[in-house]
Design a protein around this ligand. Structure first.
Ligand code: SF4
Length: 344
């Protein structure tokens, strides 16, 4: 008698591709080859990927490990240094960066294994170095939340950088991490100037909403500060804008503030210059002069940083320099002018 076929109770979803497979698909068929990517209401496409490791070892940074639950970022900041990393997946640093997001669905499971390994030394792990861990889709997948819980369980300190007010959701676990380890949260608010925000960070929450998140986390016991990063010449570098921003940061209970000046490299540079040509053509010649190299001249950076230091002191904010992506110390002479003379 023929064996009766059992009904299928679960339809197994095929395993998500690894990033290497994904890069091969994109190389041969373009982004259109990612037929399983979900198109969501925000018009971004979300592609599940299988990660083999969760913690990435890095060198030349103030931390040794990074963790990124997603690749790409719907916050879509035009200056984003992570745009250039997209080329590792055969993706473009322009629209692809903000409209196709890779989701490491097995990240928390892999992370738990790595943290349980006897060789793990509990060195600080940085989140938010190549994508925003609190971009809106985190509300759905909760990969950042799961990662923080695993890190807290293993008493591993974290440094989180985000522009997403959703970070407030996780203030319980972040406060726990700050109580038991040397952890820190940086909310990124490069400027409170509305015009600069709208132009440069089209997918982010308004700066004051981010600062309210700072207040909520400080009240919950999180060691929270603000990164004015990056300050973008011509958009947010005027002294009046910098002073308004630092005053607002101090008013919202931040414990410290750090800053850097925008740098442009590879795909990020190409994208940023295209953006300027399209929307602010009059700025192009000057920006090209200022960015003849990856960063503006050391003297220019020094002027901006000195101005920020002066204003920090005026508003009682401690200086903190972790995650300053520009080469620290470069061009610093120790002089701290009260006024600076640059036009932008
Ligand atoms: S929020 Fe951060 S990771 Fe996202 S686009 Fe902006 S700078 Fe890049």
């Amino acid at each position: 008698m023929a064996k009766q076929q059992q009904p299928l109770l679960f339809v197994e979803r095929p395993a998500a591709p690894t990033t290497r497979t994904l890069a091969e698909i994109v190389k041969s068929a373009g982004v259109a080859g990612l037929v399983d990517a979900d198109l969501r209401a925000d018009q971004a496409r979300y592609q599940d990927v299988t990660c083999r490791s969760a913690l990435n070892r890095v060198t030349g940074m103030p931390f040794k490990w990074t963790l990124n639950p997603y690749r790409g970022c719907t916050h879509a900041c035009h200056y984003c240094f992570a745009r250039r990393y997209q080329t590792q997946f055969e993706l473009g640093a322009g629209d692809d960066f903000a409209s196709l997001i890779l989701v490491k669905r097995n990240l928390v499971e892999v992370l738990r294994r790595e943290l349980d390994h006897p060789s793990w030394r509990r060195e600080q792990v940085a989140l938010g170095t190549a994508t925003d861990p609190y971009q809106p889709i985190e509300g759905h997948y909760r990969l950042t939340r799961g990662s923080l819980e695993a890190l807290a369980r293993s008493s591993t300190p974290v440094g989180v950088v985000t522009k997403g007010p959703m970070v407030v959701r996780d203030r319980d676990v972040l406060a726990d991490l700050c109580r038991t380890t040397r952890s820190v949260v940086y909310v990124s608010v490069p400027t409170v100037d509305d015009d600069a925000w709208r132009a440069l960070e089209p997918g982010t929450a308004p700066p004051l909403q981010r600062l309210r998140a700072v207040r909520a986390m400080a009240d919950a016991g999180v060691n929270v500060g603000v990164l004015m990063a990056p300050i973008v010449p011509g958009f947010s570098s005027a002294r009046s804008k910098v002073e308004r921003t630092i005053k607002a940061i101090a008013d919202h209970g931040a414990r410290f503030v750090g800053c850097n000046v925008m740098y442009l490299q590879d795909g990020t540079r190409a994208h940023f210059m295209d953006f300027l040509r399209q929307h602010f053509p009059a700025m192009v010649p000057r920006m090209e002069r200022l960015y003849a190299r990856r960063s503006p001249p050391a003297a220019y950076q020094h002027e901006i940083k000195a101005m920020v230091r002066t204003l920090q002191a005026r508003y009682g904010l401690e200086r903190r320099r972790m995650l300053d992506q520009s080469r620290e110390g470069e061009g610093e002479t120790g002089a701290e002018p009260e006024q600076v003379g640059f036009g932008w």
